[in-house]
Ligand binder design. Structure first.
Ligand code: MTE
Ligand code: HPA
Ligand code: MOS
Length: 803
């Protein structure tokens, strides 16, 4: 019955070499993304009778008390099937992750411009959309709190203040040789996922609900839909095959749209789809938190930091959403890669009448890190030293290796090595001279150069989220179905996990069917977030595959009377001592022998002990590292800026898939660059978002990619922690490589009047660059008039002097 292979053939299948992981395998949907065959929720065939839901809101109100709402004209519109309000919610009118402060539809009070008050269900989306505008609102307007200043002055907070403190920062600041302080503003960021928020709900028998949602967190969609419908979780099923991007914007904020679609489906007993209009999406959903930061740093004449006091004020919007975790992560990254002997890091989570800010790639970390980099740029200017020198002097080392929150930086040598390698490969010091020379000979154009580090903590800082499950089925023809709790948003998670299962089971990738994430297959999942998708789900899938393989090995060892070590799996074949069988044969025979060919793997990240209350323990399993060098040119007459060259060196441990990892690094960097340079959110004085379309909100395009863009993976010893094939998470850390672009612009502005410190905020748009340049010139003129020297001795050049 079995075909015996020759011994020589079996020997070509070697044990020990990796065949599927650590290879540049293309994204499983790459071709489909390009051809348009990849199915997103709005591409799904609609069942007969499908209705369309459009949310309704008051375009004249920022916040106020809802006195009355007249929906007669909406209801009377031909094609409108139902109009739903808070009173129609069968269960609880809340779609928040935890805090209970996010109504699906506002009832008595409108809290921000764009808050949903009702929803129209109609035969087409166009009809629903037009009808929704016919609502008549009577609102008693309140004075909105819009800015950090407004909220702080009114002690308006979504969550209590929080801080980390080490040593005696007050004494450290008082006793330091030098001291600098400032206020730094950091802008928010719109996610601009290509696929907007969308959900499709299909009623099932016995009050069940099947929901397709573009979400990073299917389990929370399940819970939210169950909660708003007032049914047990077990009656609801959430499924997502892929998102057209999430970037954090679908970690919690897909909930509301799934809830509305499900309520509409319950009320009408028809399949109901809600796909947000792009403008509505930008107006209604939360963004990256914008910050105001008051910082103080004390340091020595050598630039060594003695003490810091950093006070973060985040605009959280009208509800808590994920602001606790986001702001904690800001604090965890306020050190960047620098040792602060004495430090206090403070955080206020301010409540404003604006959309509720949420997760965005980096989850608060970028805002913490850019503050540290801004601080270091200022130290360097004040000492007349190169910023890279000051950076390296303050890096974590063997002796100085504990973060302000008490976690040791175990891989500080990786940080040093990456920076040293990039310093050499980017030709930093030669180019520094060239930049200096250029600036000497150009009064209008100024160049800037910066090399900045990245150290990003990997793990959810909410401990219980660090777990995952996977479901692997081996069928009797040797093919495999793979499912896990992670979601695919373009980052390549499905491909990586398939590679891992392929490696473990010795089944070729084309035999593995990747299936949609589904709460009925793998329950109680964490969101796909915190860059941990592969670490968690890859490990769970590996464990499941390993369990199936172990069962087969035990069976085969007994059948063939050979030691387990003589059995291995490779290329859809199984080698048993000197015989080779096809995987299909082995699976079929094992099934006949009643061996279970399916398994549910489970993984929980070890070593995480963070206790938020006492601010002790270890929040992260490990850190991911990287470094970036950017050179920019600014036009001091117009504020325009171009990025001339970028060199990135990034640590992904042993890469599971170098093609996907490079893509994540390039994409993350460009997204970070957009945040820090061109993407500006503008609310008018009344609190209305004015930048709610690509016409007014500028994300990077192909033409913004640096002409000279060099991206490399760091080749080190792999992750010292026991992660899947010693890889490291890659999703978010590269965003912070873009700090080098901001610092290079800061450097260019500093070169307008050497010795003076620029007042440059993020994003460094042309307007902001121009403002900072003018302030530099004003400072220099004033100093010249009063014959006061610059605050520090700096090389003043006649040609480079202020125009
Ligand atoms: N890459 C693409 N193409 N699209 C995305 O939406 N999201 C980022 C990152 N890379 C995102 C992406 C964010 S915010 C996170 S947390 C991670 O991917 C999540 O996936 P991972 O944990 O599998 O890396
Ligand atoms: N990162 C991303 N998402 C999260 C986190 C985090 O640390 N904690 C809770 N949700
Ligand atoms: Mo990413 S911000 O953790 O979804």
């Amino acid at each position: 019955m079995t075909t015996k292979a020759k011994a020589s053939e079996s020997q070509t299948i070697e044990a020990g070499n990796l065949v599927s992981v650590q290879r540049p395998i293309r994204h499983d949907s790459a071709a489909k993304h390009v051809s348009g065959e990849a199915i997103y929720i709005d591409d799904m065939n609609e069942p007969v009778g499908t209705l369309h839901v459009v949310p309704g809101w008051d375009r004249n109100t920022v916040c106020g008390r809802l006195i009355s709402l007249d929906l007669d004209a909406v209801r009377a519109t031909p094609g409108v099937v139902a109009v739903i309000t808070a009173d129609d919610v069968p269960g609880t009118n809340d779609c928040s992750s935890a805090a209970g402060d996010d109504p699906v539809m506002a009832k008595e009070e409108i809290s921000f411009f764009g808050q949903v008050v009702f929803a129209v269900v109609a035969t087409t989306r166009e009809i629903a959309s037009k009808a929704a505008r016919k609502a008549v609102f009577d609102v008693e307007a309140y004075q909105p709190l819009l800015t950090q200043e407004d909220a702080a002055a009114n002690d308006s907070m979504v969550l209590p203040d929080y801080q980390f403190r080490r040593g005696d920062p007050e004494a450290g600041l008082a006793g330091a040789d030098r001291k600098l302080d400032g206020t730094f503003r950091i802008g928010g960021q719109e996610h601009f996922y290509l696929e907007g928020q969308v959900a499709f709900a299909m009623p099932q028998e016995d009050l069940g609900m099947q929901v397709y949602s573009s979400t990073q967190h299917p389990t929370e969609i399940q819970h939210t839909v169950a909660k708003v419908l007032g049914v047990p979780d077990a009656l609801v099923n959430a499924e997502v095959r892929r998102m057209g991007g999430g970037f954090g914007g679908k970690e919690s904020q897909a909930n509301q749209w799934a809830a509305l679609a499900a309520i509409a489906a319950r009320v009408t007993a028809k399949p109901c789809k809600l796909r947000l209009d792009r403008d509505d999406d930008m107006i209604m959903t939360g963004k990256r938190h914008d910050f105001r930061v008051n910082w103080q740093v004390g340091f020595g004449a050598n630039g060594l930091i003695r003490a810091t006091d950093i006070a973060f004020q985040a605009r959280c919007g009208y509800s808590a959403d994920l602001s606790l975790g986001v702001n904690d992560r800001t604090m965890f990254h306020a050190d960047s890669s620098y040792f602060y002997p004495d430090a206090v890091i403070r955080s206020r989570r301010l409540k404003t009448n604006t959309c509720s800010n949420t997760a965005f790639r980096g989850f608060g970390g970028p805002q913490g890190m850019i503050t540290a980099e801004k601080m270091v740029e200022c130290i360097a200017i004040s000492l007349g030293e190169d910023a890279l020198t000051i950076r390296k002097r303050n890096f974590y080392t063997e002796e100085r290796n504990v973060t302000p929150y008490g976690m040791p930086v175990e891989e500080h040598e990786v940080l040093h090595d990456i920076v040293a390698q990039l310093e050499a490969s980017s030709d930093y010091w030669v180019r520094r001279e060239k930049v200096r020379d250029f600036n000497k000979h150009n009064a209008v154009l100024k160049k800037g150069l910066a090399l900045t580090p990245v150290k990003f903590g990997i793990s959810f800082t909410l401990k219980h989220l660090n777990q995952a499950g996977a479901l692997v089925h081996l069928y009797t023809d040797g093919s495999v179905q793979l499912n896990h709790g992670g979601t695919e948003m373009g980052q390549g998670l499905y491909t990586k996990v398939a590679q891992i299962v392929s490696e473990e089971l010795g089944v070729n990738l084309d035999k593995i069917r990747i299936t949609a994430t589904d709460t009925s297959k793998v329950p109680n999942t964490a969101p796909t977030a915190a860059s941990s998708g592969t670490d968690l789900n890859g490990m769970a899938a590996k464990i499941a595959a390993r369990t199936i393989k172990d069962r087969l090995i035990a069976h085969l060892a007994e059948q063939h009377d050979c030691p387990p070590e003589a059995i291995f799996f490779r290329d859809d074949k199984v080698v048993v001592a000197d015989e080779t069988f096809s995987m299909a044969q082995i699976a079929r025979e094992a099934h006949m022998a009643r061996i279970q060919l399916s398994d549910a793997g489970y993984y929980a990240t070890p070593m995480i002990t963070w206790d938020r209350e006492s601010t002790t323990g270890r929040p992260f399993f490990y850190f991911a590292y990287g470094a970036a060098c950017s050179e920019v040119t600014i036009d001091t007459m117009t504020g325009e800026m171009i990025v001339n060259r970028v060199d990135l060196l990034h640590d992904v441990g042993h890469s599971l898939n170098p093609a996907i990892d490079i893509g994540q690094i390039e994409g993350g960097f460009v997204q970070g660059m957009g945040w820090l340079t061109t993407e500006e959110l503008v609310w008018d004085e009344k609190g209305r978002l004015r930048t709610h379309a690509p016409s007014t909100y500028k994300i990077p395009t192909a033409s913004d990619i640096p002409d000279d863009f060099r991206v490399r993976l760091y080749e080190g010893k792999g992750n010292p922690q026991d992660t899947v094939y010693r890889s490291k998470a890659v999703g978010e850390p590269p965003v912070m490589l873009a700090n080098a672009v901001f610092c290079a612009i800061h450097d260019a502005v500093a070169n307008v009047a050497p010795g003076f410190i620029p007042d440059l905020n993020a994003p460094a748009t042309p307007e902001e660059i121009l403002r900072a340049v003018r302030l530099m010139r004003d400072q220099a003129h004033r100093a010249a008039e009063t014959a006061v020297k610059p605050p520090v001795k700096a090389p003043v050049d006649p040609e480079g002097a202020p125009a």
